[in-house]
Design a protein around this ligand. Sequence first.
Ligand code: ASP
Length: 340
Amino acid sequence: MNTSASTSSAATLPRIAVLATGGTIAGSAPDASNTAGYQAGVIGVAQLLAAVPGLDAIAHIHAGQVASIDSKDMSLALWSTLAQRVNELLASDEIDGVVITHGTDTLEETAYCLHLAVKSAKPCVLTAAMRPASALSADGPLNLLNAVTLAASGAAAGQGVLVAFNNRIHCARDVVKVSTYAVDAFQSPEVGALGWVQDGRVEFQRKALRPHTVDTPFAAPAQWPLVEIVASYAGVSRVAVDALVAAGVRGIVVAGTGNGSIHGAVQQALADAAARGVAVVRASRVGSGHVMHNGAAKDDALGFVSAGTLNPYKARVLLLLALAAGIGEKAALQRLFDTY
Ligand code: ASP
């Protein structure tokens, strides 16, 4: 598929809400050569927008500040606030699309949560930056310009939540952060980007097939279940799993080795947890590829669900939303992981 769109004429400018949450894109350091020792989330949305020349020619911007945090501190309560705000804005006849500025650290989790919990076909685009606003060659202004360009384009409608970063367009389900420092910090492993934005032009090369937004049963709840992640590695013990069960955990995602394999000690602890009603999802720590359901001999006997192509952090998002929707039975959960 090849769909392209240019920006609209001034008379019919789309109305785009830009919601700021903090992150490095809103970060500031004492000097321009400092790209690591800065404080994230200290610059407000008005200043972010003022740093982007030409925005006025692309869209009528409605600015809002939802939070001012380093996204390493993202909370489930803030996801609920954000989802509610996005849903309200997109339900309004006054708004044609939403852009969210976010930190890069947990962007892939927030994006996937909104991809499942937003109830609109209008564009919703997340963006971020690897360099603070105060840095030489800050990447935030161009990323924000491209995100607004994408949200303002007809081509973004019905594509679910998108991420505009370093000129590329990613599907929220697929995108992951792959570098601790590089400006080209996001990829969609195995499947690649959906397209790109450059010099005001939006071009999609393919479409993601999994259902999202209006085609899911999910909503961000007021109260979230306790769902945590454990990892499997050489010499791991069952201490963490047993502690989580004692704490009343409702779901556990395991970041397994290879194709979702799990150390025997942890596997037994997880099987014990599943027998007590905890939802257990097997993902992989590898970073690309899928974790297949391994059938009667393993997953079915042990009570586990396989995460497919979702990494552990995204698998946790789906498990959180599923449990919040009252879906916890193993076969029903597996269907969700096979679908979304
Ligand atoms: N720690 C920052 C954040 O996630 C990193 C960034 O935005 O690049 O908010």
